[in-house]
Design a protein around this ligand. Structure first.
Ligand code: ATP
Ligand code: MG
Length: 267
């Protein structure tokens, strides 16, 4: 029994002894309000063990309230760029500034409370639909919640389910369809009422009708917020007015939507 208990304890000890996720390195953290001005200065990033950088020479300036689409071929660096903003990754060279301060001065907690990030792959966990929607959020406003559930389409499919919001979604949400998982991810991002919304292929598994409902529904909600959406879907570009085109880890075009798309067509 002692051996058994030791075996059980070992993973727990690993968790308890793990270092706390990097706090803001300056110690200035703790409820820093984010306005959402974002600057990339000569940013370069290479994944550990990777022979070549996934991002290089990234220079970019984003003003609060802008709506930006990031487009580019598979593997061009779109998702990597978003991960750097929420500090899931740190730059190797160059700097990212948030409201003119180095982003490393903000704790990941401060950042993620105000910058909602919806990953490209599902980040649901094996619990109820309710837990997946609200985990870690402090007292969300009920009106915002209802609105987010309606716009994302979660309200619709939860209503049809006998267990409703108590439905257990399974590991990585595998008891939901791909489109339903994305709806949950989107609702979760909206419920926190973030200053910035980063969406990585939010509608890739959805049909055109639902995608259109989301686009129409979310547009007024985005007022005053910064949107950055990485996507291969043309319809989503209706939400943006600026487009960044990536190629092999570099930005090859950045400007007003019409202009970038026109140049793209012209080759
Ligand atoms: P997609 O359109 O398929 O989503 P993307 O533009 O989002 O592509 P990224 O996921 O940012 O592309 O990947 C950029 C490059 O970095 C690719 O060459 C990819 O192979 C590499 N890469 C991505 N994630 C990792 C990782 N965890 N470890 C090593 N290399 C990675
Ligand atoms: Mg991607």
């Amino acid at each position: 029994r002692v051996i058994q208990a030791r075996k059980t304890l070992e993973p727990i000890r690993l968790v308890l002894n793990a270092p706390i996720e990097r706090a803001g390195d300056s110690g200035l953290s703790g409820n820093r309000k984010i306005l959402g001005k974002l600057d990339f200065i000569n940013v370069r990033f290479t994944y550990p063990g990777s022979p070549s950088p996934s991002l290089q020479d990234i220079n970019l300036s984003i003003r609060p309230g802008e709506r930006i689409g990031i487009i580019g071929r598979v593997g061009s660096g779109k998702s990597t760029l978003l991960r750097l903003i929420v500090r899931l990754l740190n730059t190797d060279e160059g700097a990212i500034q948030l409201d003119d301060s180095d982003i490393r001065q903000y704790s990941p907690r401060d950042i993620r409370r105000q910058i909602a990030y919806m990953r490209q792959d599902s980040n649901l966990f094996d619990d109820t639909l309710r837990a997946n929607l609200f985990f870690g959020l402090e007292q969300p406003d009920q009106r915002l919640v209802d609105h987010a559930l309606a716009i994302s389409g979660v309200a619709h499919f939860a209503a049809k389910n006998a267990e409703g919001f108590s439905f257990r979604v399974g590991p990585r949400g595998e008891r939901l369809s791909g489109g339903e998982r994305q709806a949950v991810g989107l609702a979760r991002a909206m419920i926190g009422d973030p200053k910035m919304l980063l969406l990585d292929e939010p509608t890739a598994s959805m049909d055109n009708t639902i995608e259109r409902q989301i686009i129409n529904g979310i547009s007024p909600w985005l007022n005053g917020k910064t949107l950055i959406v990485a996507t291969h879907r043309a319809a989503l570009l209706d939400l943006v007015d600026r487009i960044i085109l990536m190629q092999d880890g570099r930005i090859v075009a950045d400007g007003p939507k019409d202009q970038v798309l026109r140049n793209l067509k012209a080759g």
